[in-house]
Write a protein that binds this ligand. Structure first.
Ligand code: LLP
Length: 426
C-alpha cells in the first residue's frame, strides 16, 4: 500500500471499470470491492507469522476465499462466522489454527459447535473457560486480556479499560488460570485488542502490557496476538500506519518472551479494517436534489440501511461524484448535505458524532449522477439492515479488470422469508 491515498471528488472508474458501467450492470446501491487492494494490504502485513482476518469487517465468502488463497487465516465470533469460513474453504484444524472462535461469551449454538468440532477458542471471559472446561476438559485455549486501557476512533469502538465489556480483566489473571487448572485447560496463547481505529501510540503500548501478562502465565505460551485495530485512511490527509515500526515493537516483545521461555513463539495480527476498508466503494444514485433554507441536499438511494457507520459513530467517509453522462473533468464544488431514502432524520451520511448534520464540498451534480461512498469495505455491508424494508445491496468484486457479483441484491421475497400470518388471523 502506498503511504498516501488520494480520494478524488470526481471519479469515473473503480479499479479501471467505469462507475456508470457497474451501475448499469448491477444496479444501485451496490458495494464494489477492488480485490487488488486487498491483495496489497495482505502483502503489507507479511512480516507477521500469521495474519488472522477479523471477518466481522467483511464476511462475504468470496472475500474470505480470496484471503484464504493468500495464506490469511480467520477468526469467528459466532457459529455463523464459522459456517462462513467453512463455506469459503477453510479447514477447521491445523497448526496454526485456521479458524479461531473468539468472543466474550458462548451462545449455546457456538458452544455446541466448538465442542463438536474441537475448535480452538480465544476466551474473553472466565465464564468461557468454565463452560468450555466442563464440556471439553483438557482443551488448549488462548486468553483475551483487557490490559486496563484502550483506544478507538469512537468511544463505541474502544475495547479496553473499565468501561469495556471485552476480555479478561488483567488483574483477574490468577483467577482465570486457577479456573483453567481446575479443568485441565492449558493456556497456550495471549491476545489483546484494545480497540478499532486506535492511534499508533496506544497500539504500541499493548506489546509491553501483553509481555507482563505472558511472564505471569509462563512457558505454556506459544502464541501471542497483537489483535486488530490498525487504523486505515478515510481522508486524503491520513497517512498510512507504519507497519514496519509496528511489527518491530511486537517482534521485540516476541523475542524477549522466546528468550525467557526457551521456545519459539508465533506472532499473530488480527486486522479487519486494514485488509478491507480501502477496497470498498458503495455506489449509489442521486435520486433527488433539494434546497432546505441554506442547506442543499443530495438524496441517494442508499441510506444508513446500506452503510451505518456515519449514523453510528459520526464516521467520515470520502465521497465522489460520478457523472451519469460521463466526463470526469473538474467540476465546481458546492457545500452539500448527503442523505439517504429512509424515513428518519438521522439518515444523513455527512454527520458528526452526536448526530450533528454538516455539509461537505462536493461537485455540482444532477439527479441520475452517481455518488460513490469510498473506503467502505470494512463494517459496511456487514452492518447493513433491512430497515424500511429495503433489500440489502448487491456486492461485486473486481480483480484484474474483470468483475462479478459475489452477493446478489436481495429481492422483496427475501424480505418476508420466514414470516407467516398468525394462525388466529381472520
Ligand atoms: N479483533 C477483535 C477481537 C475485535 O473485536 C475486532 C473488532 C478486530 C479484531 C478487528 O478490528 P479492526 O482491525 O477492524 O479495527 N463497527 C466498527 C468497528 C467495530 C470493531 C469490532 N471489533 C466500525 O465500523 O468502525
Amino acid at each position: 500500500m502506498s503511504a498516501t491515498l488520494e480520494f478524488p471528488l470526481v471519479r469515473s472508474s473503480i479499479a479501471g471499470v467505469p462507475v456508470a458501467e457497474l451501475a448499469a450492470k448491477y444496479g444501485t446501491p451496490t458495494y464494489v470491492y477492488d480485490f487488488e487492494s486487498i491483495e496489497r494490504a495482505v502483502k503489507d502485513l507479511a512480516p507477521f507469522d500469521v495474519i488472522r482476518f477479523a471477518q466481522k469487517a467483511n464476511s462475504n465468502i468470496a472475500v474470505l476465499d480470496f484471503l484464504r488463497q493468500r495464506g490469511v487465516l480467520v477468526d469467528a465470533v459466532s457459529a455463523g462466522e464459522v459456517h462462513r469460513a467453512v463455506s469459503a474453504g477453510y479447514e477447521l484444524h491445523g497448526e496454526p489454527h485456521p479458524v479461531v472462535y473468539t468472543a466474550d461469551i458462548f451462545d449455546r449454538a457456538s458452544l455446541d459447535l466448538v465442542v463438536e468440532k474441537g475448535l480452538h477458542v480465544n476466551c474473553g471471559s472466565e465464564e468461557m473457560i468454565r463452560q468450555l472446561g466442563e464440556r471439553a476438559p483438557g482443551a488448549n485455549v488462548t486468553l483475551r486480556i483487557n490490559p486496563g486501557f484502550g483506544h478507538g476512533h469512537s468511544q463505541k469502538t474502544n475495547t479496553g479499560g473499565e468501561q469495556s465489556k471485552h476480555g479478561i480483566w488483567h488483574e483477574n489473571l490468577d483467577g482465570a488460570l486457577q479456573l483453567a487448572d481446575r479443568y485441565g485447560v492449558t493456556v497456550t496463547g495471549l491476545h489483546m485488542h484494545i480497540g478499532s481505529g486506535a492511534d499508533f501510540e496506544h497500539l504500541s503500548q499493548v506489546g509491553q502490557a501483553l509481555e507482563t501478562i505472558a511472564r505471569k502465565v509462563g512457558r505454556s505460551i506459544t502464541t501471542i496476538s497483537a489483535g486488530g485495530g490498525l487504523p486505515t485512511r478515510y481522508r486524503s490527509s491520513d497517512t498510512q500506519v507504519d507497519i514496519e515500526r509496528y511489527f518491530k515493537i511486537w517482534d521485540e516483545t516476541r523475542r524477549r518472551l522466546q528468550e525467557e521461555f526457551g521456545h519459539a513463539i508465533t506472532l499473530e495480527i488480527e486486522p479487519g479494517r486494514y485488509l478491507v476498508a480501502e477496497c470498498g466503494f458503495l455506489v449509489a444514485e442521486i435520486r433527488a436534489i433539494k434546497r432546505m433554507g441554506k442547506n442543499l441536499f443530495y438524496l441517494l438511494d442508499a441510506g444508513f440501511n446500506s452503510l451505518a457507520r456515519p449514523i453510528l459513530y459520526g464516521a467520515y467517509h470520502p465521497m465522489s461524484i460520478s457523472p451519469a453522462k460521463g466526463g470526469a473533468g473538474e467540476r465546481e464544488t458546492v457545500p452539500v448535505v448527503v442523505g439517504g431514502p429512509l424515513c428518519e432524520s438521522g439518515d444523513i451520511f455527512t454527520q458528526q458524532d452526536g448526530g450533528f448534520v454538516c455539509s461537505r464540498d462536493l461537485p455540482v451534480a444532477e439527479v441520475g449522477d452517481f455518488l460513490v461512498i469510498e473506503a467502505a469495505g470494512a463494517y459496511g455491508f456487514v452492518m447493513a439492515s433491512n430497515y424500511n424494508s429495503k433489500p440489502l445491496p448487491a456486492e461485486v468484486a473486481i480483480y484484474r479488470g474483470s468483475h462479478q457479483v459475489i452477493r446478489a441484491r436481495q429481492t422483496n421475497e427475501d424480505l418476508t422469508r420466514g414470516e407467516r400470518l398468525a394462525s388466529w388471523n381472520g
